[in-house]
Design a protein around this ligand. Structure first.
Ligand code: GLN
Length: 486
């Protein structure tokens, strides 16, 4: 048995039965990282020593009969969630040496459960991107084909899960950054409802869209991680004081009575790869075959989602990133003649080209004289997209669609073509604009052997329906069992 290949559930059972120790499990994961990290590049920081120390504490707890579902389980954290005493860079040169004095709420929750924090995963700088090529340090490679991107921006978190370099991970999703890399790497990823998971200690990109969520080897593990990270947090004013169900309750057979909606606009989307279209069609038939009823729904404003998102997200980013001025955090350019010059040099050298592009775009669309034409207009489109979903969910429980229009593309293909890269987010952005939960579950492989994900979306706070649909589909298929031959 290769311990690094275990799921959270299986590892938990073996720890509980004392067949393995957390130190053995953590060592196996660290050895696996040593063996493949050079090829994959999933981590910015590996916290080997502290991870082993946390594993030792977990083993002590377990020996005294204190075991919670995540006790002793090695988890990777996207490098934009603050970890006390452990460097948190957001994959940006500007935060290269930033060591947070506190833990993000999600990290604190994991630690309280006794989870082992194995390291900080690579990402696009400040989560801006769809390929992890915009990391200020290095690209991450897709373990299924090292010449390809793993998706982004949580590319490190997704690659680490599929390559067994952690047992599960956390990512963040502002416009698809959990679901799209999950799809490209053949793992399960969930973006919860806006407000379901505390964002305290998550470095902000676009505050009205950002959500933290799990990336895991299967749907059961997704439910287990959701149980730990969800819930109201007084430290995050956008977190919602709603009761959190036990998500593992939704891991049960049967889809009878479930109504699935298929948006008619999505199959007509430009640039949809035939392998993706076929895999999603087969997945829909499979789900129907388990007793779910299928109806057509309409999301007519989808075509404007990319334009609206790429005004709203950069606008919020331009405001959130104003704090990196060389005074309060991280990098400061020393060759300055004046304060203004120090600001300018720090930001020009500290931020990479994609982040600078977003700041310029956002500053422009918020500036006086352009605000009405861009930001206000985009916010109005956002309202129309919310209305589309409200209407669609009057007739169905969940909506199914592709996650990304194509399987993972080659590294370098779109890095100098931001517009095409932005357009590839067409299927994922709407869920963030509307604040609803969305999930990616493996649903097939392309003719070149690359993973393809199925997206499932539901109404606010109905993550349970996503888990139920995904679980039944997973039980009926074996895509999640395949491993990349690294
Ligand atoms: N690809 C989108 C962007 O570049 C979404 C990123 C994300 O969800 N963090 O903004």
């Amino acid at each position: 048995m290769n311990l690094h290949e275990l799921t959270i559930k299986k590892a938990h059972m073996l720890l509980k039965e004392k067949e393995i120790s957390s130190q053995e499990l953590t060592r196996a994961v660290l050895d696996r990282i040593d063996a493949v990290e050079e090829k994959v590049g999933a981590y910015i920081s590996v916290a080997g020593e502290t991870a082993m120390a946390q594993a030792e504490i977990a083993d002590k707890e377990i020996s005294q009969g204190n075991i919670l579902p995540l006790t002793g389980i090695p988890i990777a954290i996207k490098d934009l969630m603050c970890t006390k005493g452990l460097r948190t860079t957001c994959a940006s040169r500007i935060l290269e040496n930033f060591v947070p004095p506190y833990d993000a709420t999600v990290v604190k929750k994991l630690k309280t459960q006794g989870a082992v924090i194995v390291g900080k995963a690579n990402m696009d700088e400040f989560a801006m991107g769809s390929s992890t090529e915009h990391s200020g340090f290095k690209p991450t490679h897709n373990p299924w084909d090292l010449a390809r991107i793993p998706g982004g921006s949580s590319g490190g978190s997704a690659a680490a899960v599929t390559a067994d370099m952690c047992i599960g991970s956390l990512g963040s999703d502002t416009g698809g950054s959990i679901r799209q890399p999950a799809s490209h790497c053949g793992v399960v990823g969930m973006k919860p409802t806006y407000g379901r998971v505390s964002r305290f200690g998550l470095v902000a990109f676009a505050s009205s869209l950002d959500q933290i969520g799990p990336l895991t080897k299967d749907v059961t593990d997704c439910a287990m991680l959701m149980n730990v990270i969800s819930g109201y947090d007084p430290a995050d004013s956008t977190s919602v004081p709603e009761d959190v169900p036990d998500y593992t309750v939704f891991l049960k057979h049967g889809l009878k009575g479930m109504v699935i909606g298929i948006p008619k606009e999505y199959s007509a989307a430009k640039g949809l790869d035939p392998d993706v279209s076929y895999a999603v069609k087969c997945a829909i038939e499979n789900i129907q075959g388990m007793g779910a009823e299928c109806v057509e729904v309409s999301l007519p404003h989808t075509e404007h989602a990319v334009a609206a998102y790429y005004v709203i997200a950069p606008s919020e980013a331009s405001s959130n990133l104003a704090r990196y001025d060389g005074v309060k955090y991280g990098y400061r350019d020393k060759n300055k003649k004046s304060l203004m010059e120090m600001y300018k040099n720090t930001r020009s050298k500290g931020f990479g080209p994609e982040v600078q592009r977003r700041i310029i775009l956002g500053t422009y669309s918020l500036s006086s004289g352009y605000y009405d034409a861009y930001y206000r207009k985009a916010s109005q489109v956002r309202t129309l997209i919310i209305e589309d979903f409200k209407k669609a969910f009057e007739n169905c429980d969940v909506i199914l669609s592709p996650v990304a229009p194509t399987p993972a593309f080659k590294i370098g293909k779109l890095v100098d073509d931001p517009l095409t890269m932005y357009l590839s987010d067409i299927f994922t952005l709407s869920a963030n604009l509307a604040g609803i939960p969305g999930m990616s579950v493996p649903c097939g492989f392309s003719s070149e052997g690359l993973p393809i994900g199925l997206q499932i979306m539901a109404k606010h706070f109905e993550e349970g329906k996503l888990i139920k649909t995904a679980y039944n589909f997973e039980q009926n298929t074996d895509f999640h069992k395949k491993k990349p031959g690294l």
